[in-house]
Write a protein that binds this ligand. Structure first.
Ligand code: GDP
Ligand code: IMO
Ligand code: MG
Length: 425
């Protein structure tokens, strides 16, 4: 009953899309278990770039079943557009199933997300403004709208009316017009018709596949440091991207999990606000690095903040996820640097922390990263097909990270293309 979970090990954008695409042909199903259109998972095939936001990356394989499980929050408007784009790119969406229990991001969730961010000024989280937080708030407040409600007009009307007072109050507070329920239902009607065919259970078919011995891949979005419980709260997303989230949000038993693959860039990036101890301090180097690495958001186009690999955070990530395998991406980007720094500690108030603090607010004040320097390497790595073909110092760098994290290296990515990946023995 083999379940494989793929998780982002850092603050998202580690290259999950590319790796899930490379792995998914070997699986019967790919399941998204949390998050929503805040994700942007890039796949590059034959120089063609596709970015998946809500669809599981397995949708690019002709015969892989794809599920959006109950932990996902779904924006039907954005999903329709994504499905249209998928079809225009020559792929089909026949294998997609959306759980009736997925919560729906309604237009007011998007409005409230934007308003809250605007009003927070300097204290803003820097969300993707896709309505993620407000939708998960309604879910946990037990007043949300689920996909099965959304595709049934009478159920939808009833759910909206039942909570209209609180929705209107929030909209008024945000300076937005209150709900026009009839106009909204009118807007939803064509979407209901288009999306109802995707409605179906996720847990039962997945369980049947596992009982038949077929392999299932759980595709995480965001990353461990954005986890609402284990990340740099409050600068996090509103779900549980880490491996445990695949069980709660994806409905698979922990007893079925065989592998947990953690994806890490060979350096560190973050979009949005919040602590980032190993961020590059030299502005000119930071800008040049960002350009060279193409570190611009796949969902919002924002500049990604860049820095050196944070081993303190990576060890936390390895432990909290129970990682069995590591994937290192974007190794090619580090080629040509005279030396490479790795953050091995945080100096906070005269003390050096080597363990990621559970009270991550400690990192919001003055933090000095303690670095260890390793020698760099030269050369184009983009055609390397085995570890042996990598420069000696590049291998030593990866071996150092893997030994410190206590985990074997499964794959190394040396370019955006789906074939630019080294499988490690
Ligand atoms: P995800 O959200 O984890 O799927 O990652 P994103 O798609 O948001 O960002 C990763 C970016 O890095 C994308 O533009 C990928 O095409 C690109 N990428 C992935 N792996 C590599 C790699 O090994 N080398 C290079 N140069 N680019 C890569
Ligand atoms: P993928 O799956 C990187 C960040 C936002 C913000 C915080 C909260 O592509 O790795 P939200 O809109 O979720 O309420 O924003 O989380 N964030 C991401 N950063 N990659 C992502 O997804 C992200 N999804 C959310 O920038 O800091
Ligand atoms: Mg991304």
């Amino acid at each position: 009953m083999p379940v494989t979970i793929v998780v982002g090990g850092q603050w998202g954008d580690e290259g999950k899309g590319k790796i899930v695409d490379a792995l998914s042909a070997g699986f019967r199903a790919v399941v998204r278990y949390q998050g929503g259109p805040n994700a942007g998972h890039t796949v590059v095939r034959d120089d063609r770039r596709l970015v998946l936001h809500q669809l599981p990356t397995g949708i690019l394989q002709a015969d892989v079943h794809c599920f959006l499980a109950p932990g996902v929050v779904l924006d039907p408007w954005a999903l329709r557009q994504e499905i249209d784009e998928l079809h225009s790119a020559g792929f089909n969406s026949e294998m997609l199933v959306i759980s009736p229990a997925c919560h729906v991001i309604m237009p007011w969730h998007r409005d409230l997300d934007g308003c809250q961010e605007d009003r927070a000024g300097g204290g803003a989280i820097g969300t993707t403004r896709r309505g993620i937080g407000p939708c998960y708030i309604d879910k946990t407040a037990r007043r949300g709208i689920r996909f099965a409600d959304f595709v049934d007009e009478e159920r939808l009307r009833h759910r909206i009316e039942a909570h209209r007072e609180s929705i209107d109050a929030q909209l008024m507070q945000a300076g937005k017009p209150v709900l026009d329920v009839e106009a909204l239902l009118e807007e939803c009607r064509p979407l209901m018709r288009e999306l109802i065919d995707y409605l179906g259970d996720s847990a039962r078919p997945v369980r049947n596949m596992l009982e038949a011995g077929e392999a299932v891949l759980m595709e995480g979005a965001q990353g461990t440091l954005l986890d609402v419980d284990w990340g740099t709260y409050p600068f996090v997303t509103s779900s549980n991207p880490l491996a445990g989230g695949a069980c709660t949000g994806g409905g698979v038993s922990p007893m079925t999990v065989e592998r947990v693959i953690g994806i890490f860039k060979t350096y560190q990036t973050r979009v949005g606000n919040g602590p980032f101890p190993s961020e590059f301090q030299d502005e000119a180097f930071h800008d040049e690095f960002r350009q060279r690495a193409g570190e611009f958001g796949a969902t919002t186009g924002r500049n990604r903040r860049c820095g050196w690999f944070d081993l303190v955070a990576a060890r936390h990530s390895a432990r909290i996820n129970g990682l069995t395998d590591l994937v290192f991406t974007k190794l090619d980007i580090l080629s040509g640097l005279p030396d490479i720094q790795v953050c091995v500690g945080y100096r906070v108030g005269g003390e050096v922390l080597e363990d990621f603090p559970e009270d991550s607010a400690l990192l919001e004040g003055p933090v000095e990263a303690v670095f260890r320097t390793l020698p760099g390497w030269e050369g184009d790595l983009s055609r390397a097909s085995s570890l042996e073909e990598l420069p000696k110092n590049a291998r030593a760098y990866l071996d150092f990270l893997s030994a410190e994290m206590g985990c074997r290296i499964g794959w190394v990515s040396t370019g955006p293309g789906s074939d630019q990946v080294i499988r490690c023995p």
